[in-house]
Every structure is written in C-alpha cells, then in structure tokens.
Design a protein around this ligand. Structure first.
Ligand SMILES: C[S@@+](CC[C@H](N)C(=O)[O-])C[C@H]1O[C@@H](n2cnc3c(N)ncnc32)[C@H](O)[C@@H]1O
Length: 587
C-alpha cells in the first residue's frame, strides 16, 4: 500500500537506484518503491570549476552516476532497467563545495568552516528513463550552532563525518550541531522524496496536480515557493548529505556485502527466470493475457490446459519478473505477445527449444570444446514424443531469426548513411526481415536476400503484409556459389558462426564480387578488445558453435586482409542485441 499513486505505477518496472547510500534506500523503501541497488562506478571527479553554480555540479554528477549504471546493466547484468535513479549530495558554504572528507583533518576543516554559519545542502537527482533523462534539484538551508573545539573533535572522533558530504549526518549525532533547517528535511537526509514523487507524477501521469511544470523544472526554495528552472531533461535535487556511499564490493564487519550476494543470487537464479519466461511464452500466456486481461490463475490454467497449482506458480513468477500483473506489463505487450511488432516470441522459443538443450550440456561442451548439437539430437530421437520433422526444426529456427531480426533491423539499417548504395545483398539474410527494413529505411535501395535453398523455400511463411517488390530472394551456398552483384554486402550475425577458414572463403568471394567503392556492412556482437565483455557475446560463445566471437579490431584486421578498409564502428544502441555495425569500403 503506498500513498503516492505514481509510486504504484512503477510496480512491474525495473527501477534501479544507482547509489549505495543506506539512507536513500531507506527513504525510497519507506515510500513503497521497489527497486534494485546497483551502485554507480562513476568516479566523482568532475572539474567543479566548469560549473557556474554548485547545484549544476551535483546534478551532473547524479546524471553521470545514473547513466553509467543504465549503460552497464544491459552488458554486465544482462537486463535493461526501466528507470535508473542517481543522486549526489554536496554542501556549500561561502561558494565552496564540500564533499566527503578524506581524513580527520579534512573533516575538521569542513566542520569548522560550517560552525555558526548557515549553509546549503544540494542533492542533484537524475531520473534516467531508458534513453531520456530528467533532472531536478532542491536546496535546503541548514544553520549550524557555534561549535567549540571540544565538540568538533568529539564529533569527528565518533567517525560519523567520514563518507558524508560536508562532514556531518543530520539524522544521527550530527543533528546536535544543527540550529535550524529550512526546507525539506529528507532532502538533507539524502533524498528529496516529495519533489521526486512530483517529478514521477509529471512523467507518468502528465498531471498538473502538483506545482511542477513539465519542461521548466521547479526547484523548491527555502521560502517554500516553487520557482521555475530551465533544466533540460533532468531532475536534480539539491539537499543535504547523508550519503555514506561505499564501494559496491567491499565487506564490513566480515559480513558478505548485500549487493554482492544479490548479484550472485541473480546469477544463480537466472536460469529459473529464463525458463519461467520460456514456459510462459510456450503456453502463449502473454497472448492470452493480452486478449483477456485480468484472468485469474484458475481461468488461465483452464485456457492453457495446465494444472492450477503450476499455473499459479508460473504467473506469480511472471509478476515478480515484471512481465505481468495478471495482465501484461508494457514489457510483455511490446516484446512477448506473438503478434507484437517487435515480438521476440519466436526467438524465445528458439532459446527454449534449441539453445536451452545445448546449454543443459554445457559441462560436456566445456569439457570437449565442441557443440553438443549432435548429442541433443540423439537424445531427442530417443524420446520419440519430442521428435520434430526437419521442416519443423527449420521453421522454428527461421522464426527465431525472424523475430530477432525484426527487433534489431531498424538500428542496423540506419546506423550509417547508405544513400549512395542502390543495390544490396544480404548474405545469410534468412526470412528477409532485415532486407525489408533496409528498403524501408532507404527507399532508393533494392535488396537481394541470399540464403541456403532449404531456408529460401520456406520464406513464404514470413512474408510481411505489404511485401516490398524491391526485396528478392536467391537460393545458394555462399561458400560455394557465385554471389549476386551488389554495391553493398550485408553480413548480419553470420560471421560469428563461421570457422576462420570459412570466414576467409566467404570474404574472398565477397571481395571477388565487389567493385571498388562497394560496401560491406557487418552486424555482430563485438567483444571488447580485452574480451571482458559484453556478457551477451561471451555467453553466446558458450554454445561452442564452430565459429567464435570477435572484437571489432579483430574484424577490422580480417576485413583489411580482403581489401575492405575505412572501418566505421557504431553502437546501434539496440538493447536487445547490442550489436555494433561497421561499414567497410573496398580499396
Ligand atoms: C544466425 S542466422 C542470421 C540471419 C540473419 N542474417 C539475421 O541477422 O537475423 C545465419 C543465416 O546464415 C545462413 N547460412 C548459413 N550458412 C550459409 C551458407 N553456406 N550459405 C548461405 N546461407 C547460409 C543461415 O541459413 C541463416 O539464415
């Protein structure tokens, strides 16, 4: 039960607090917000001299903290948050910004400069909504009593000042130093909850019930009045420090760090979450909840012909994963309904029915260093009931590729200016999902999809409603046959499956067909140069296909050997694929 209806709107969304501050967590939890804590790795080293006002520095730091987490999570945590909240608190006195003291002498310097003086506490807050950002700030005035040397040192020796902006914490011993507070007390404690709820209300309800404008962000001043502030796209709060931000990995009192434990649990339970998603998709639960929202577990069980107990558990798991609240969440509506424009239903079935069995033999795969495809096939043949015809298997594979390509294609097609190319050939283009997106994005372009005969003959299953005549299909083996002539060759998620030997055969054939000035557009998950990530690429490699995951630099070298130079790299920003696309021009 929460008082603020906006907070309840966030139920089912993945809300992340990019701060380890226990006070901030407490304030937000008390308000009924459910969120995960992912402390930011952003180093607070911005040059303060670059900011006209102190609050701008707090806002920018809050923004950078939130953005760092928002960017890191899809790679390192394999999930994309809906909202990331960042906050940074500073204290200012006599135009000086006081952050956390580095040692006791520093704490003494700060606290004695505050003695007997009124100062301001600013907390910058950034709310990052996927790719949008909103910031605001709020200022609270705090006046310190005159502090004797004894009092100062007793307080410093209590250990409380360290880790806190301005060197004090108002909610504990530091409260004794304070004569008065003008403004939001919680802002001083570490998080301006009232202003935060108002801002969420603007974002989610577009409501005018609060005295905050949509574009001109309002800041509440110590006289209680709201003043409009033009803070493009960000929410910042200025308030007093009570932060105690610690590194996310340390341990205290030899207890395991809570966030670390949560992360390990996430990894240990990840397969259960995946399998719950696969099973709900397999039973078409999201289609059902879309067509008949609000069904209870018994009715869902009846419709999907499953046990009530099992269905209840499955639905509750989906609720906890933010996929449904007995009706679809936005996430499920966008990606999990089988008829959604960006449906991943086909790819999820591919994960369940093809990749899952492979990964269940991961120990053997790692031990032997080869794909377990044959073992899985033999196992399935032994269990008669799960045998699929090769047609069915092919369709299932194509459906997986098709849904994945539909989600990623627009970003790949528009990553570069391709206006000078009139003809393209999508090698291994499968159902043509990518090709149709290319002709949509580049009206002057026609695209030939080149794929194996067994794939091309089944393309009719995937024809779009308004199939574009500028897309044509050619059957063939790109390792053996001549390739269609084109100005631009597209290789989307093809090379990572090929051995070095096959890769060179294919690149040689492309180079033979290409004339000077032709392009080669490559779309893959590119590994970091140190092979430290992204996890999606490294996990994909675990299927131990005969190919391998490569970094952008490795691809650059391979392509250069075949005459393709001038490589441009782009992150597509596509959260589901995280491919980087690069464009090469023949020498
Ligand atoms: C991983 S899928 C990628 C499909 C598509 N490019 C995409 O991005 O969704 C690889 C595609 O390459 C095709 N392929 C594999 N070997 C091939 C070959 N020797 N000749 C032609 N196509 C081939 C497969 O049939 C499949 O459609």
């Amino acid at each position: 039960m929460v008082l603020n209806p906006v907070i309840s709107k966030l139920a089912g969304k993945l809300v992340v607090l990019a701060s380890a501050s226990p006070r901030r967590q407490e304030i937000l939890r008390n308000a009924g917000l459910r969120f995960e804590v992912v402390p930011s790795w952003f180093k607070e080293t911005l040059d303060k001299g670059l900011f006209k006002a102190p609050y701008e520095y707090a806002v920018e730091t809050a923004k950078q903290k939130a953005l760092e987490v928002a960017r890191r999570m899809p790679f390192k945590h394999l999930k994309t948050p809906d909202i990331v909240i960042g906050a940074d608190t500073i204290v200012t006195v006599n135009s000086m910004i006081l952050e956390k003291p580095v040692d006791k002498q520093d704490a003494y310097r700060m606290l004695s400069s505050l003695s007997g003086k009124e100062h301001s506490v600013f907390t910058g807050v950034a709310i990052v909504l996927c790719h949008e950002k909103d910031t605001f700030y709020e200022e609270t005035k705090v006046k310190f009593a005159d502090l004797s040397e004894d009092m100062l040192w007793e307080y410093i020796n209590s250990g409380e000042p360290m880790d806190k902006a301005g060197g004090y914490g108002i909610q504990a011993l530091g409260g004794m130093l304070v004569e008065y507070v003008h403004g939001d007390f919680l802002n001083v404690v570490g998080f301006p909850l009232n202003h935060f709820c108002k801002q969420l209300d603007i974002i989610y309800n577009h409501s005018s019930s609060f005295a905050v404008e949509k574009k001109g962000i309002m800041s509440k001043h110590n006289d209680g009045e709201f003043k409009s502030q033009n803070c493009e796209n960000v929410i910042i709060q200025l308030n007093r420090q009570q932060e105690g931000e610690q590194s996310g990995t340390g341990t205290r009192d030899s207890k395991p760090n809570k966030q670390d434990l949560e992360r390990i649990c996430e990894l240990m339970d990840g397969f259960k979450a995946s399998k719950a998603l696969f099973t709900a998709s397999r039973f078409c639960v999201f289609d059902l909840l879309h067509n008949k929202p609000g069904l209870d577990a018994a009715r869902v069980a009846e419709e999907i012909k499953a046990s009530v107990k099992g269905t209840e558990c499955l639905l509750e798991a989906c609720v906890s994963l933010g996929l449904s609240l007995f009706e679809n969440t936005d996430l499920a509506t966008s990606f999990l309904r089988s008829d959604a424009p960006f449906s991943l239903h086909g790819y999820i079935r591919h994960c369940n029915e093809t990749l899952w069995p492979l990964f269940s033999h991961l120990e053997s795969a790692v031990h032997e260093g080869v794909s377990q495809h044959e073992k899985v096939k033999r196992h399935k043949e032994r269990c008669q009931d799960s045998v699929c015809s090769s047609q069915e298997l092919k369709l299932r594979f194509m459906s997986g590729m098709h849904s994945f390509a539909k989600v990623t294609a627009a970003a790949v097609a528009t990553a570069f200016d391709l206006s000078r190319f009139k003809t393209a050939c999508d090698l291994g283009g499968c159902t043509g999902a990518m090709a149709y997106e290319f002709t949509k994005a580049h009206p002057g372009m026609s695209v030939t999809v080149f794929d194996l005969p067994a794939v091309i003959e089944m393309r009719e299953h995937f024809l779009p409603a308004n199939s574009d005549k500028k897309v044509s299909f050619v059957a063939g083996d790109f390792l053996k046959e001549d390739l269609p002539k084109a100005d631009l060759y597209i290789l989307a998620r093809v090379l990572h499956d090929l051995t070095d030997e096959k890769l060179h055969i294919l690149l040689r054939k492309i180079a033979e067909s290409a004339s000077p000035g032709c392009g080669l557009l490559l779309s893959e998950i590119f590994l970091d140069d140190d092979r430290g990530g992204p996890s999606r690429g490294l996990l994909q490699a675990l299927s131990l296909s005969e190919g391998k995951q490569r970094s952008a630099s490795e691809y650059r070298l391979l392509l250069e050997r075949h005459g393709f130079i001038t490589a441009h790299f782009r992150h597509t920003g596509n959260l589901l694929d995280q491919t980087l696309s690069s464009y090469y021009k023949r020498r």
